[in-house]
Design a protein around this ligand. Structure first.
Ligand SMILES: *[C@@H]1O[C@H](CO)[C@@H](O)[C@H](O)[C@H]1NC(C)=O
Ligand SMILES: *[C@@H]1O[C@H](CO)[C@@H](O)[C@H](O)[C@H]1NC(C)=O
Ligand SMILES: *[C@@H]1O[C@H](CO)[C@@H](O)[C@H](O)[C@H]1NC(C)=O
Ligand SMILES: *[C@@H]1O[C@H](CO)[C@@H](O)[C@H](O)[C@H]1NC(C)=O
Ligand SMILES: *[C@@H]1O[C@H](CO)[C@@H](O)[C@H](O)[C@H]1NC(C)=O
Ligand SMILES: *[C@@H]1O[C@H](CO)[C@@H](O)[C@H](O)[C@H]1NC(C)=O
Ligand SMILES: *[C@@H]1O[C@H](CO)[C@@H](O)[C@H](O)[C@H]1NC(C)=O
Ligand SMILES: *[C@@H]1O[C@H](CO)[C@@H](O)[C@H](O)[C@H]1NC(C)=O
Ligand SMILES: *[C@@H]1O[C@H](CO)[C@@H](O)[C@H](O)[C@H]1NC(C)=O
Ligand SMILES: *[C@@H]1O[C@H](CO)[C@@H](O)[C@H](O)[C@H]1NC(C)=O
Ligand SMILES: *[C@@H]1O[C@H](CO)[C@@H](O)[C@H](O)[C@H]1NC(C)=O
Ligand SMILES: *[C@@H]1O[C@H](CO)[C@@H](O)[C@H](O)[C@H]1NC(C)=O
Length: 405
């Protein structure tokens, strides 16, 4: 029996690993370039263009810190579609139409994600909250009013990363005296899994954004932070909030939930668009289980939500953004009763994946599969072995008694 399980475990492992490798190798590949588009002397007017070329299609991710930090996701049916910008118009009071793609008919799906505000509130007294008292909010940080460093020098063509780093210039309380808020962008050429926690699984049709608060001085002893995210969807489509739970937390210890905003499935090969995150943030540059910060999401707001301007979403979708598009907004808060993790190191990092297609989903890892099979298989093997032993013993006894008869 022991021999059996000793062989069973590596065997299963091998089988599962091989099937995983095959799945990865068969993945879609894209040729990705990151480029900061120059055009303005103001460093805050950053425009980062991620171009991901696939077979007969190109994904354009346009990231910008003009107004609220925004990313446009454009799916085009052409390997040579090009992004065009009219900077004069973009920085003017009416930016509608300042960003477009040529040839005009190549865009088959466009959507956007906007990071509008960071809220701070006192989160210590949970009992007071449950008594219906309002969470004591400090004045929010409006990300549209931030001043952002030039993204150009942060572009890393090898790692396919770039970083938007900003401070609140009005900053009456001096919270940004030594602190920054950043959005770190990572593009991918093919499917895989991130090394650092939360070890998100990605596809070639997605990109990652990491929201980082570094050294922003909290305004109270028990401050918690909350990020407001707004999504823009074409007319007719709308985003829904889903929770995906798993019994396997091997890749992200203690976190069993993935949350995602997914648009309606489409009738073509593109699939829906999504915005996905694990319900955890981390309170240190070296993310680990010990500095995990539980993150909660609040109900998705869809009724009559308007997107405050300016942003490149207004520049791309045009003036009628509110009427012709479906806008949804959600608050994601970091930390609860789990102590003052942010206060310890003054650091918070939270990652989300965005892109096209069915959102990636963790399958059971080879390890968990092997454990399950062994756990279920062992009693069966024991039972079989037991029956054989009993059978054999009976026979033996039978043959021993025979001469007496
Ligand atoms: C940008 O700066 C350059 C030199 O630093 C100057 O020649 C140019 O006129 C400036 N452009 C704008 C739009 O301010
Ligand atoms: C790409 O498009 C061309 C012409 O439309 C078509 O012949 C070809 O089969 C397409 N290739 C793929 C991989 O879809
Ligand atoms: C850019 O926009 C400005 C203002 O709307 C317009 O006057 C100008 O002709 C545009 N430039 C191009 C190249 O389209
Ligand atoms: C929490 O709130 C309750 C009710 O408002 C109050 O009685 C209690 O003193 C508060 N506790 C702390 C630690 O502030
Ligand atoms: C952007 O960075 C590249 C390479 O680091 C450099 O060659 C280029 O001059 C920079 N452009 C601006 C506008 O700073
Ligand atoms: C770009 O990223 C690679 C891989 O992470 C790293 O080795 C390299 O030092 C980075 N380059 C710059 C200029 O930061
Ligand atoms: C600013 O932050 C750095 C670490 O990021 C720290 O070493 C330094 O002491 C801080 N300065 C002030 C004035 O808080
Ligand atoms: C924060 O904590 C310090 C020391 O524990 C205390 O002196 C101070 O009054 C507290 N501030 C607030 C706003 O509760
Ligand atoms: C797919 O949807 C588009 C609009 O989203 C519609 O114009 C087209 O007719 C649909 N095609 C099919 C086969 O249903
Ligand atoms: C949305 O706005 C319309 C028109 O302004 C109004 O009739 C409707 O009651 C609003 N809905 C909600 C949920 O506020
Ligand atoms: C997020 O929370 C803040 C503070 O409670 C509120 O003003 C804002 O409307 C909320 N946004 C969403 C999308 O729920
Ligand atoms: C990525 O997009 C391409 C082109 O639409 C599609 O063929 C492929 O299946 C997609 N891959 C995933 C994992 O969604």
């Amino acid at each position: 029996m022991l021999e059996g399980s000793r062989l069973l475990l590596p065997g299963l492992w091998l089988l599962a690993s091989v099937s995983c490798l095959l799945g990865d190798a068969a993945g879609y590949r894209r040729k990705v370039t990151l480029q900061s588009i120059p055009g303005s002397n103001s460093s805050s007017a950053n425009l980062l263009h991620v171009r991901a070329v696939g077979r007969n299609n190109t994904l354009h991710y346009v990231w910008s810190s003009i107004g609220a930090p925004t990313v446009l996701l454009l799916y085009t049916r052409s390997e040579s579609s090009a992004l065009r910008v009219n900077w004069t118009k973009l920085l003017s009071a009416s930016p509608a139409g300042a960003i477009w793609v040529e040839p005009p008919g190549s865009v088959v799906y466009s959507t956007a994600v906007v990071f509008t505000k960071v809220f701070e509130y006192n989160g210590a007294n949970v009992s007071a909250l449950s008594k219906g008292q309002e969470e004591p909010f400090y004045p929010p940080y409006d990300l549209a009013g931030f001043s952002w460093q030039s993204v150009n020098h942060t572009v890393n063509q090898t790692a396919l990363t770039a970083k938007f780093q900003g401070v609140d210039t009005s900053d009456p309380g001096g919270a940004f005296h030594n602190g920054t808020i950043s959005f770190q962008v990572t593009a991918y050429e093919q499917g895989g899994r991130d090394g650092p926690l939360p070890r998100l699984l990605h596809t070639a049709n997605s990109s990652k954004v990491e929201f980082i608060m570094d050294n922003v001085a909290p305004r109270g002893n028990s401050s918690r932070f909350m990020l407001e995210v707004v999504t823009v969807e074409e007319k007719g489509g709308h985003k829904r909030l889903q929770s995906v739970r798993s019994i396997d937390d091997e890749y992200t210890p203690t976190i069993f939930e993935m949350a995602q905003l997914v648009s309606e499935p489409r009738n073509d090969s593109i699939g829906p668009s999504f915005f996905q995150w694990k319900t955890t943030a981390y309170g240190s540059r070296e993310a680990s289980r010990e500095n995990a910060i539980r993150c909660r999401y609040h109900p998705l707001q869809t009724a009559n939500w308007t997107l405050p301007g300016p942003s490149i979403a207004h520049a791309y979708f045009g003036e009628g953004l509110g009427r012709s598009h479906h806008i949804a907004a959600i608050n994601i808060s970091f930390g609860g009763e789990d102590g003052e993790v942010y206060a310890e190191k003054g650091y918070l990092s939270w990652s989300a994946l965005l892109g096209f297609g069915t959102p990636p989903k963790d399958a059971f890892s080879p390890l968990v599969m092997a454990i399950v099979v062994v756990a279920l298989g062992t009693p069966v093997v024991l039972l079989l072995a037991g029956s054989l032993v009993v059978l054999f013993a009976r026979r033996k006894r039978h043959s021993q008694y025979e001469p007496i008869n």
